[in-house]
Design a protein around this ligand. Structure first.
Ligand code: FAD
Ligand code: DHB
Length: 383
């Protein structure tokens, strides 16, 4: 098989890139190691920045998002048993976020590609990549291409195929993780609540008017079996309690533990291979940047490929890595900062707690600090 762009991975990055290339008349083949059902059911992120929504609209895949997505204009920070609203839109000239699950974004993109009849191979892991000749091998077959888009997530093969020494890696591990639940109950909150407590962090989020998505800070290698539903609700109740408000409980539909790390590799390009999304960088989830960053990468990659195929010049392809990395490092900092400001540091002491309290107080009383949080949270227009 021969194509212009071989896209490895049908997550948000790979599928969005495929759509942007399709709209520009550039050929691509998408290979995905897992089944379609698996990709459509995997519960991950839920907060879309305005820039992400705008791009999905321009790409013509936001019809359901516009109908079902829930626009939020603020978030709350909770500490010392009180909630403080950060009015995101007021602080950012009207920008907002949209609550719409990553699973839904993925379903919409898969449906759009299926409707176009373009190649999208599920249950087809890319096994090896020949960066010299532009070949992706899978199950005894070869796809020959001009460019390989490595959109295969953190554990994919694309980054691994780059020779040792050609990439520089930056990593930070955190000594905690998140236990997340999806519950079949009306969310008890109108806007997201990020809660700092002496028992650890908690996050109240949602997926729809009838589905709540809640998280608890747990140990980084916590066994989910140690958290029966009763214990999860009890801990959520404890960490999110404020006077005059009740957390409604309901059936837990899904439960899982996610470890947390920060990671960046540089550069994002090696010869014909362009890495995008989690294949190139990971952020801890606090602040909801992972998915949005993946979409930003492929926006730039699509623009660079369009220029290459239309004019035959590689200016934007050559600039791709540096252009992505500016935003990547801004989001790395923001995610690290949100994470370390809100989570209980294992082995930390009362000095650490007082510093966090002071920072949270400052954030909720200083216009300048709240604006800095808000503009990063909704997504900086330019970095
Ligand atoms: P992925 O979504 O990982 O997609 C990569 C795809 O490549 C996968 O479908 C994978 O199966 C496929 N693949 C891998 N290897 C191969 C191969 N050899 N051949 C072919 N295909 C391959 N972000 C937030 O903002 N908020 C959250 O709450 C949040 N929760 C998360 C929970 C988990 C468990 C994880 C892993 C991530 C979470 N994230 C969250 C991050 C966010 O989901 C990611 O940043 C986002 O999925 C990145 O999209 P991507 O397309 O780059 O990678
Ligand atoms: C969600 C995840 C996040 O990481 C976050 O900061 C906010 C919301 C969510 O899954 O809803």
């Amino acid at each position: 098989m021969r194509t212009q762009v071989a896209i490895v991975g049908a997550g948000p990055a790979g599928l969005t890139l495929g759509r942007l290339l399709e709209n520009a008349g550039i050929e691509s083949v998408i290979l995905e190691s897992r089944s379609r059902a698996y990709c459509e059911a995997r519960i991950r992120a839920g907060v879309l920045e305005q820039g992400t929504v705008d791009l999905l609209r321009e790409a013509g895949v936001a019809e359901r998002l516009d109908r079902e997505g829930i626009v939020h204009h603020g978030i709350s920070l909770q500490f010392d048993g009180e909630r403080h609203r950060i009015p995101l839109s007021d602080l950012t000239g009207g920008r907002s976020i949209v609550i719409y699950g990553q699973t839904e974004v993925v379903k919409d993109l898969i449906a759009a590609r299926e409707a176009s009849g373009l190649p999208m191979l599920f249950d087809t892991p890319a096994e090896s990549i020949d960066l010299e000749r532009g070949i992706v091998r899978h199950a005894g077959n070869e796809i020959e291409c001009d460019v390989i888009a490595g959109c295969d997530g953190f554990h994919g093969v694309c980054r691994e195929s780059v020779p040792a020494g050609a990439l520089r890696e930056f990593t930070r591990e955190y000594p905690y993780g998140w236990l997340g639940i999806l519950a079949d109950v009306e969310p008890s909150i109108d806007e997201l609540v990020y809660a700092h407590t002496e028992q650890g962090f908690a996050l109240l989020s949602l997926r729809s008017p009838t589905r709540s998505r809640y998280y608890l800070q747990v140990d980084h290698d916590e066994d989910v079996d140690r958290w029966p539903d009763d214990r999860v609700w009890e801990e959520l109740q404890r960490r999110t309690a404020v006077a005059g408000w009740t957390l409604q409980e309901g059936p837990v539909l899904e439960k899982g533990v996610t470890g947390m790390r920060s990671y960046v590799c540089e550069p994002l390009r090696h010869r014909r291979l362009f890495l995008a999304g989690d294949a190139a960088h990971i952020v801890p989830p606090t602040g909801a940047k992972g998915l949005n960053l993946a979409i930003h990468d492929v926006r730039l990659l699509a623009e660079a490929l369009i220029r290459f195929y239309e004019r035959g010049d590689e200016v934007l392809l050559d600039a791709y890595s540096d252009a992505c990395l500016r935003r990547v490092w801004r989001c790395e900092h923001f995610s690290w900062w949100m994470t370390t400001t809100l989570h209980l540091q294992p082995g930390g002491d009362s000095f650490d707690l007082q510093l966090q309290r002071s920072q949270l107080h400052y954030l909720t009383t200083s216009h300048a600090q709240a604006t800095a949080l808000a503009e990063n949270y909704v997504g900086l227009a330019t970095v």
